[in-house]
Ligand binder design. Structure first.
Ligand SMILES: [Zn+2]
Ligand SMILES: [Zn+2]
Length: 99
């Protein structure tokens, strides 16, 4: 890896990626952005706190109830449409819908 400022070698200094010549620091986000985050965790949190979620008129495919909590999760790359999740207020069934 090379410094975008001066072209010198980037070294790992106490967990930070810093240019050995000019001291340019590579921002952490640039490396982490490449990893795709798992959505499972976000969904789990939302399930555990259904009372904080907004309600919407949506028909549950399982029990036919017409009201559901919903939340939106950015599943893949930021330029892709987020996925909307629903949770039935009656039976707790969770399903997803693509916009
Ligand atoms: Zn440099
Ligand atoms: Zn239901």
């Amino acid at each position: 890896m090379f410094c975008p400022e001066c072209g010198s070698i980037i070294v790992n200094k106490k967990g930070k990626l810093v240019c050995s010549s000019c001291g340019y620091e590579v921002k952490e986000g640039k490396i982490k952005d490449r990893q795709t985050k798992k959505v499972d965790k976000t969904v789990k949190v939302a399930k555990e706190n259904p009372e904080v979620l907004p309600k919407i008129k949506a028909k549950c495919p399982k029990c036919g109830n017409e009201e559901a909590y919903f939340w939106v999760v950015q599943t893949r790359a930021a330029d892709e449409a987020p996925t909307r999740f629903y949770k039935c207020t009656k039976c707790g069934h969770v399903w997803r819908e693509y916009d």
